[in-house]
Design a protein around this ligand. Sequence first.
Ligand code: H2B
Length: 93
Amino acid sequence: MDIYNNETAQPILKDLKDWTFNDKGIEKKFVFKNFSESLGFIVQVGLLAEKQGHHPELFNVYNKVNIRLSTHDADGVTDKDFDLAKAIEKLSY
Ligand code: H2B
């Protein structure tokens, strides 16, 4: 499994709006109208994660959901993280 660094991640992040690379993974902050919308989104992301067998770190406070993706087994960012990020972007949120 190839591990990406900030430089090698950039060409892929270019097509993933507002996702950023840092030393913990790739991350994006989502803002919703209220908690109910946040929760609906979290459930959808959870179902994608189960389908892909790859799981996000989810951080929620009321109408905000921050998602961080990394591959724990590889201790870094891999294609699995980009695949899940792409699937999340296809959700209509
Ligand atoms: N999710 C993430 N983010 N990283 C992993 O290394 C990982 C995972 N491993 N989900 C998976 C599950 C592994 O434990 C199972 C056995 O497929």
